[in-house]
Design a protein around this ligand. Structure first.
Ligand code: GLN
Length: 533
């Protein structure tokens, strides 16, 4: 039977619950256990796929094509396990499933209620994650902050699971904030005490408290929290602010959080294999060179909108012992910029990531042209590939009206057009081309050199595609179609000859990059940016 770790948050949001959950999972995996992770989100959207990045940050996509919370990206980067549809559960998913059952008549004669119908549905999702993953330990993070109305049904479900399975099989980690008051020069424990009282009011006594703090807590503070929250001192873990999030598992390990958890579960404390992670930290702490990559997008004020892209750039930097600085360039502002040298004079590479809608498109196209003409290393992702093709068609092939029907439905040259299977789709949620698809890579191409493989699997999230009617013409002018999905004949990767590094892909490589295993397309960008420098 699986064991369950539930991670809740108190006091404020944005404490790093996701990183806490991921770090715990990483340590348990390093102890030789099979782990699986799951996130509950209290919002009513069925998934974040239809939310603006301003609301929610990036939408992370799993291999099976689930559109999920960005915390799943942290999970996969920390534990290096592929997650799936059982890993990302919102209130919307729970409610729609209960309502569907009610309409079908599954509850015939009954009044359908939050308790037990919604709570049973939530519990079934925890158990489904355990049975499909066959993991030894499931780590479930509950979104939101204790005290929120929205998350009550989730908390009640977890309380019931604890009651059903007991404290040998379930463990609650509560993450809180210990603020520092400058006037008196003190760390304060009261918000934590109150948050634990709130949690107890819902029937849950935490087993471990993770205290996010600007500095070390010291013994007195730890003792105080332990006393007021009825815990042993070893169960109070400090999470002091760090420059690099990948440091957190090591900080937790030094406080024996993994041992405390395994002891409560009556599981064997096997030898830990953490050397690979310590090596990573050492690399990160000793980066010698640096490069600057311009990330040209329309949501750049909110860096979380491009979280996985930014992480992937860093990971590739680790491979070359190089610190990667990101210059966030607002594509809309670029549209009014007459002299692009001003923007790009201090950058060593340009990246145009994915996106939707027409705002800022011309700014991105100018950035791509600048990279092509000035031979600056360039990586285009999804929309970035579509725009690289449009730019080339307009400015090299002289097809002046070349456009995507996403922004210009009436264009006479729809060089990017909606995929045929998309045309009949009416619902917008969960209906894009999502998740893993195969891509065949041609011999003697940059893509082949980077991947060193002929068939790759990458994750997708798009509705539009390159229109093959234009392929021959573009090829004759110098675009190489180096990656193709053979089943549907869709273009997956394009590149340019006579350019040091100009490559773009229809898929999202950022979802597969790991800190200890960077992605070939990002590695190529950083390596070439470094050479250029
Ligand atoms: N908007 C484009 C499409 O739907 C690109 C999507 C993306 O960049 N993720 O095809």
């Amino acid at each position: 039977m699986a064991k369950y770790v539930f991670v809740t948050g108190g006091v404020v949001s944005g404490l790093g619950k996701g990183i806490t959950a991921s770090s715990i999972a990483l340590l348990l995996k390093a102890r030789g256990y099979k782990v699986f992770m799951q996130k509950f989100d209290p919002y009513i959207n069925v998934d974040p796929g239809t939310m603006s990045p301003y609301q929610h940050g990036e939408v992370f996509v799993t291999a099976d094509g689930s559109e999920t919370d960005l915390d799943l990206g942290h999970y996969e980067r920390f534990i290096d396990e592929e997650l799936n549809y059982t890993s990302s559960i919102s209130s919307g998913k729970i409610f729609s499933s209960v309502i569907e059952k009610e309409r079908r008549g599954d509850y015939l004669g009954g009044t359908v209620q939050i308790v037990p119908h919604i709570t049973n549905e939530i519990k079934s999702k925890v158990y489904e994650a355990a049975s499909t993953s066959q993991a030894d330990i499931i780590i479930t993070e509950i979104g939101g902050t204790i005290g929120d109305i929205e998350s009550l049904s989730f908390i009640e479900s977890l309380r019931q699971i604890r009651n059903e399975l007991g404290s040998n099989n379930t463990l609650f980690v509560h993450t809180t904030l210990i603020p520092y008051i400058y006037g008196s020069g003190e760390l304060k424990t009261k918000p934590t005490q109150h948050s634990v009282i709130e949690l107890r009011g819902l029937g849950i006594q935490p087993d471990i408290i993770v205290c996010r703090a600007p500095q070390n807590l010291g013994e007195d503070i730890k003792n105080k929290i332990a006393l007021y929250c009825s815990l042993n001192k070893e169960n109070i873990i400090e999470a002091v602010d760090v420059k690099n999030i990948y440091q957190i598992p090591i900080n937790f390990y030094e406080q024996h959080i993994d041992e405390t958890i395994l002891k409560q579960f009556d599981m064997k404390i096997k030898e830990i294999d953490l050397d690979y992670w310590k090596k990573l930290i050492k690399t990160v702490d000793n980066l010698s060179g640096q490069v600057t990559i311009a990330l040209v997008g329309k949501y750049v004020e909110l860096h979380d909108a491009y979280l996985s892209v930014a992480e992937s750039l860093k990971h590739a930097g680790y491979k070359y012992q190089t610190k990667v600085n990101i210059k966030w360039v607002d594509s809309e502002k670029l549209e009014d910029e007459n002299n692009l040298d001003n923007t790009f004079k201090d950058v060593d590479g340009i990246l145009v990531p994915g996106g939707f809608g027409s705002r800022g498109i011309n700014g991105k196209i100018s950035a791509i042209k600048y990279a092509r003409v000035n031979k600056i290393p360039f990586l285009g992702i999804c929309l970035g590939m579509q725009l690289a093709i449009i730019e080339f068609a307009r400015n090299v092939c002289n097809i002046k009206d070349a456009d995507s029907t996403e922004f210009n439905e009436l264009t006479s040259d729809p060089i990017i057009d909606m995929m045929s299977e998309q045309k009949a789709i009416v619902n917008l949620g969960g209906t894009m081309r999502l998740g893993n698809y195969e891509c065949y890579i041609s011999e003697n191409t940059l893509a082949k050199k980077l991947y060193q493989q002929s068939v790759i699997l990458e994750r997708h999230r798009h509705r539009y595609e390159f229109n093959n009617k234009y392929r021959e013409l573009l090829e004759s002018k110098g675009i190489v179609f180096s990656g193709i999905n053979k089943q549907s004949n869709l273009t997956e990767i394009i590149e340019l000859k006579n350019h040091p590094y100009f490559i773009a892909c229809q898929f999202h490589p950022e979802f597969k990059s790991r800190p200890t295993k960077s992605h070939p397309l990002f590695e190529g960008l950083i390596n070439n940016a470094k050479n250029r420098k």
